[in-house]
Design a protein around this ligand. Structure first.
Ligand SMILES: Nc1nc2c(ncn2[C@@H]2O[C@H](COP(=O)(O)OP(=O)(O)OP(=O)(O)O)[C@@H](O)[C@H]2O)c(=O)[nH]1
Ligand SMILES: [Mg+2]
Length: 348
């Protein structure tokens, strides 16, 4: 099972492409489109609320094995640039760049745009991503897109096999009550293997649940490994006790103070002491205050764009995490560059 997030500026053809790739499933602020192809199962995620909401972009990208960044055939835009910065700060290594609405352009112009995009992504995590011009109207490029996705899926599966050991963890994205059944959550298995009758804990609130049943692709299963999208019927929880991003897990840490080794985006306008920012981890987020900045071993009141520094943040809400989770700092009110920095917790 492979989850593919499709992101891009407004009107570039994200939803149309998602609709061409799969059949519509769960639909809320993000929409899932499902495709079974041979023995591969894909879930495509349409980030409907972006560019308005940076949160939905981060959430979709953090649930994805592969990301498709859509660049309109008419050319790069500021928000396309923001998507590229997001991939880089989240260190997304697996993805494709799709030049959308290709039928509205010409071969020479598309080659020129592909060259231009290659230059822009140089030195970012997207440097080695393939570029495929696609039309959702004439279907040109669609076969090549499927081929590239199949190649990336092989790598994604290998990477995921490494995550099967260790305590299970499910990241929740939807939750509701089903009459006669009880509390049901939808999410993806991020680590380990989740099994029927497992007793687990919901973080950060920390209440216990038992996995009553597991559904995968509309079929009941006894267990589900890392990388699977699942529906879990729970004993012990109520839908109203959940929030997106909560973790159903064997073992997590919880905190509201984080020391993060960060790399600042070269395009951010600032990261300064006492700034109010937004801190993201997985599908969770919270307003946060910058409490301390250390650059080159020295405390300072401002971190320069493009620099590497250690930032201490205090969050308004508690967040659940593991030591190797990736954090993202954003400045939601900055009209131009909302993404500030990305990083992981400092050791010790
Ligand atoms: N000619 C052509 N038009 C396209 C293609 N893909 C999408 N469109 C059109 O472009 C417009 C925007 O497409 P959407 O799929 O809604 O784009 P989006 O990125 O989801 O847009 P928002 O959700 O509104 O931000 C629609 O009128 C589509 O019919 C394409 O490949 N070729
Ligand atoms: Mg759309």
């Amino acid at each position: 099972m492979t989850t593919v997030a499709i992101v891009g500026d407004e009107g570039v053809g994200v939803s149309t492409l998602a609709g061409r790739l799969g059949k519509k499933g769960t639909d809320s602020d993000i929409t899932f489109y499902n495709l079974v192809k041979g023995d591969s199962v894909f879930t495509f995620v349409d980030v409907k609320k972006y560019p308005e909401s940076i949160k939905s972009l981060v959430q979709a990208v953090n649930m994805a094995d592969i990301v498709i960044v859509c660049v309109p055939s008419s050319g790069l835009t500021a928000r396309t640039g923001e998507c590229i910065v997001a991939m880089d700060l989240l260190e997304k290594q697996r993805g494709l760049i799709v030049l959308t609405r290709a039928d509205e352009s010409f071969p020479v112009a598309l080659t020129e745009l592909a060259d231009n995009v290659s230059t822009v992504v140089k030195g970012t995590s997207m440097e080695d991503w393939g570029i495929v011009p696609v039309s959702s109207t004439t279907f040109s490029g669609m076969d090549l897109l499927h081929e590239r996705l199949a190649e990336l899926t092989v790598v994604a599966k290998e990477d995921r096999a490494k995550l099967i050991d260790g305590p299970a963890r499910v990241i929740v994205d939807h939750f509701f009550t089903v009459k006669g059944v009880g509390c049901v959550i939808l999410g993806h298995v991020d680590r380990g293997v989740v099994a029927k009758r497992d007793a687990m804990t919901v973080y950060p609130p920390e209440f216990g649940v038992e996995i009553r049943s597991i559904q995968c692709n509309d079929e009941d299963v006894d267990k589900a490994p890392a990388g699977t999208r699942v529906g879990l019927c729970l004993k012990g929880g109520r839908a109203k006790d959940f929030d997106r991003g909560y973790l159903i897990s064997a073992q997590e840490s919880i905190g509201n103070k984080f020391e993060i080794e960060t790399r600042l985006s070269p395009f951010t306008s600032r990261l300064a002491l006492r700034d109010t920012v937004h801190l993201f981890v997985g599908l969770q987020s919270s307003p946060a205050t910058v409490a301390r900045i250390v650059v080159d071993g020295k405390e300072t009141d401002k971190a320069p764009p493009g620099s590497t520094c250690t930032v201490t943040l205090t969050t308004a809400r508690e967040l659940a995490y593991r030591a190797d989770d990736r954090f993202l700092i954003a400045q939601l009110n900055d009209p131009k560059q909302r993404l500030v920095a990305g990083g992981i917790l400092t050791k010790g």
